[in-house]
Design a protein around this ligand. Structure first.
Ligand SMILES: [Mg+2]
Length: 106
């Protein structure tokens, strides 16, 4: 796994929540790449994938609150949402979606 360097301003180093979050998101991104390969979807597909993960996050929250098998998965589903959003940004970078149409992008 690629390790994100610790920001020197973080007094608690690798115990900083942002460092731990980056580790989990990058690990999930690597897992997604191993499973699916490089993903270059049109924006509407990405939106559907992201909303599906947001739905799983919502289900985990509901099960945590009211009981259910997905109740222990709030963090896991939050990481999935973040990793899919990260993958969308990667796709934007690969495909030149980082500019408005009048700025030379698509
Ligand atoms: Mg999920």
């Amino acid at each position: 796994m690629t390790e994100i360097p610790v920001d020197p301003d973080w007094q608690d180093g690798k115990n900083h929540p942002r460092w731990r979050a980056f580790q989990e998101i990058v690990a999930e991104r690597n897992r997604q790449d191993e499973k699916w390969g490089e993903q270059n979807h049109p924006p509407e597909w990405w939106l559907a994938i992201l909303v599906e993960e947001v739905g799983e996050f919502a289900e985990a929250i509901q099960h945590r609150q009211f009981g259910g098998p997905a109740g222990a998965g709030v963090l896991v589903e939050a990481v999935h949402v973040a990793a899919v959003a990260f993958s969308i940004v990667e796709c934007c970078e690969r495909n030149g979606w980082n500019h408005a149409p009048d700025e030379g992008g698509e």
